[in-house]
Design a protein around this ligand. Structure first.
Ligand code: SAH
Length: 383
């Protein structure tokens, strides 16, 4: 498959995605193939996955003319595993494969102790589902592999969302630890692959800063709220989903944390009412879902972020801590920081940046693919 000049420049510049417009004509393939990539004179550039339906036609696999077979995928899986052993020795719950950033485009594998939760996001990975499951089973010997490919991005690839048990047994809610807190997540019915593993290190960090009266908005099953409760006098957790709220209450009880109340509510409404009622807090966490799925939605997303961050800053007592996150990759770190600066100005508060964080070490960021640096998490202190 040959690339036009702009495609060649992108490829040689290290970008792992090539768009349809940069291909030299339509290759007339059904999609899901491993293809040899060349320039228009036939000069070899490397190997890639081909997608027919997606705007992203090619995804980098290798600069060399290697066989892309079972051994190839086994070696990539082992390399991904070596990073986690190095960065998180002894951990049992982490992201084992982070797609492109681990040289395995369109594949996500999360490990929860003895179980794996997997997403196949492009046709080439979807077609190799059985091979990947076999390799994971042979290498890591999990008690079960859950398929959580029930995500909208599959539609862009001409794939329908689906989920189920791929190998072994369905565990029901699985237990895992985050620092001192015991968590539970349902790998089949929970959000994402069961939990938000990208925030694990930030959850534990949050306990460090927690004090006084605390508020956690967009709590899910309590990743932040439970950590806050280990240190703060009292925590209010705001979550719109009944199912997540119920799991959060169970998690709090299992950890004997009685200083936590879960309110099933829209966090936007809660924050507005809290400001109107003159409530005050010492520690606030904001970890909303993604607000923009595409570039057109960026201005509305930034307005949404500004609204909740402005209100949180108004609610904090002097010396109060705001831990604020964004997982919208279309809103990059600079845009997020600019939004925070503008919220601080409107709230007429002086605000310090204590930490600028991202996803945990098990979510590597590929230098040439900014999209893999999607999670921002700032720790701020109000003077
Ligand atoms: N903070 C969690 C992850 C949050 S994911 C953690 O670290 O584990 C975002 C959560 O916000 C989801 O559980 C979703 O159900 C909830 N949510 C979405 N919109 C909401 C809203 N308007 N108000 C409150 N919760 C909302």
């Amino acid at each position: 498959m040959s690339l036009l000049r702009r495609g060649v420049e992108r490829w040689q510049g290290g970008h792992p995605w090539i768009y349809r417009a940069d291909l030299n004509g339509d290759p007339g393939l059904p999609g899901g193939e491993v293809v040899r990539v060349t320039d228009t004179r036939g000069w070899f550039l490397g190997k890639a996955f081909y997608s027919k339906h997606s705007k992203i036609s090619l995804r980098w696999l290798s600069f060399d003319d290697v066989a892309v077979d079972a051994d190839f995928f086994r070696e990539r899986l082992l390399a991904a595993d070596r990073l986690r052993q190095l960065a998180l020795p002894g951990e049992k719950t982490y992201r084992l494969v982070h797609g492109e950033a681990d040289g395995l485009p369109g594949l996500v594998v999360d490990r929860y102790g003895d179980f794996l939760s997997v997403q196949f996001l492009v046709p080439a990975m979807e077609q190799r589902k059985a091979l990947i499951a076999d390799l994971l089973q042979a290498q890591f010997n999990p008690r079960g592999i859950i398929n959580r490919s029930d995500v909208g991005v599959r539609n862009l690839e001409g794939l329908t969302p689906e989920k189920g048990v791929l190998r072994g047994e369905h565990p029901g809610p699985v237990a895992f630890d985050e620092g001192l807190v015991k968590m539970r997540a349902d790998l089949l019915e929970g959000q994402k692959t069961g939990a938000f593993l990208d925030q694990r290190e930030n959850h534990v960090m949050a306990a460090h800063y927690a004090h006084g009266e605390a508020l956690d908005c967009f709590s899910y099953v309590g990743g932040f709220a439970l950590q806050l409760a280990t240190r703060a006098r009292h925590v209010t957790a705001i979550e719109i989903s009944e199912a997540a709220s119920a799991q959060l209450r169970e998690n709090a009880a299992a950890n004997k944390l009685n200083n936590l109340d879960v309110v099933v509510a829209n966090a936007f409404d809660f924050l507005r009412d809290a400001v109107d009622e003159g409530k005050r807090f010492d520690t606030i966490v904001l970890d909303p879902p993604s607000f923009a799925k595409n570039k057109d939605a960026i201005p509305a997303a930034v307005r949404g972020y500004k609204e909740i961050n402005l209100r949180a800053l108004q609610l904090l007592r002097p010396g109060g801590i705001l831990i604020t996150a964004s997982c919208t990759y279309h809103v990059d770190e600079q845009a997020f920081e600019d939004m925070l600066a503008s919220a601080a100005a409107d709230a007429r508060r002086r605000v310090q940046i204590i930490e600028r964080r991202g996803a945990g070490r098990d979510h590597p960021v590929l230098l040439n693919l900014r999209e893999t640096r999607y999670l921002k998490c700032f720790v701020l202190r109000v003077l």
